[in-house]
Write a protein that binds this ligand. Sequence first.
Ligand code: LAG
Ligand code: CA
Length: 491
Amino acid sequence: MSGLRARAGAVVAAVSAAVLLLAGCTQASIEVPEPAAPDVGIQLFQLPWTSVAKECETTLAPAGIAWVLLSPAQEHIAADEWWASYQPVSYQLESRLGTRDEFADMVQRCNAAGVEVIADAVINHMTGQDEPGAGYAGTAYAHYDYPGLYTESDFHRCGLTANDDIQLYKNREQVQNCELVNLADLDTASPTVRATIGAYLEDLLSLGVSGFRIDAAKHIPATDVEAIVSQLPQGTRIMSEVIRGAGEPIAPEEYEGFGEVFEFTYARELTPPLENGVFSDPVLSDDRPQQVPSEAAIVFVDNHDTERGEANVTARDPQLYIIANALMLADDYGTPVLYSGYAFSDRDSGAPTDADGRVLDASCADTTGPVSDLADGERTCVQSWPAIRGMLEFRAMAGDAPRMPGVDSGDAYGFEREGRGVVAVNVGDDIQSIEVPTTMPDGAYCDVITGGPDAAGDGGCAGSEYSVSGGIAVFDLDPGAAAAIHLGSRR
Ligand code: LAG
Ligand code: CA
């Protein structure tokens, strides 16, 4: 039994006991379902393995998070910027994030805590530097020259300049063979390249990882990714990063047959209504025509690239970020992955390091909520925000109940997971009332975003309280507020 199940079970038992106790004077007792198994992941960006291990034990498992996505573990170029991680020079597990032994210990501890580990596999390319200098383990590598690893013919020759960029290329060949910010592109059709990459992935699996994010999958023909991953054991989780782009020659759908794909459209469609209050946008409840089927979709509000680029809702605005994450976690589309990074003013700045260039340990165990004025390098720690933890409980309680059509009222918006829970948000500048139809039983419910039932277990709420009466859940929401009630949060 995972940490979440144990904990959610205990919460539910406590709530049921309280409800029974009060049955005579206030509300009739109700049947509270078993919480569903956790499915949500979290990306711990540029966090060292020793810290990831502690997070699995102290924050992720207790919050009911099912898997953690790491930053790349490969030996990489020596450079201060975070993106040195995306310029590998070998397949040794020695990096600024930790040693092979630390990696192995972390995977073992996360698995023991009930948290699976997804490695970020950079297999499309090696470094882009002609003279990368010393690799982390002190080895020198030259462009197109990885002795004992690849031969010159294992790379595509692109002839691009350093300023060439993917966005300029609309031709399939160029996208897949000759680009991505001038990084040395591997010939993934070559049997020796496939075997080398396959051996690397097998090595990670032997240490206990459950699967892989395939970095820059769009730049690897889907047939090549499939050929490589089809050699791996059944059940290995594959999450291909294929950024959807209008008019792009390569779409996520090509990669859906052998695993999941990151669906970039989700955040692009979720967040504009949060900024303009126009919830008539059908994305939240309709057919999601621009999105892969739910079973194949990994969805996210932001990630390490989009928080430095296209994302307009990030942890820099905690209120809106909680609203976006609450709607995503309450939704029944895709498998959400949360994002936990660090504050920065310069998009290139790496996480704080020691004198040897190793990223410093960090912990979210004592974090109690979002901080809006984090200093550069400080961690956002979303996994410890009570609002996020409350929504993870909501999601477990919603289980596979259908998502009902959304309703909007001014700048407020909400929807029900049929009979299980209701979420509502207010993105406007004024207090807003909203009524959401529900088949939940009448009664008073504690909002799990602001704390849920109080610790005393006396039937009170730590935060806000809302009521359901005659098939309507009523919320009076402050500007920027989100609220969520579920069967297990009934007073
Ligand atoms: C990814 N997914 O497809 C990663 O999520 C993304 O973070 C990686 O870009 C990219 N693909 C390659 O793995 C990151 C930075 C880039 C950086 C690149 C390589 O966003 O800025 O490029 O990693 O380190 C940097 C410079 C470029 C330069 C390049 C080669 O910014 O100007 O051309 O290095 O020297
Ligand atoms: Ca490629």
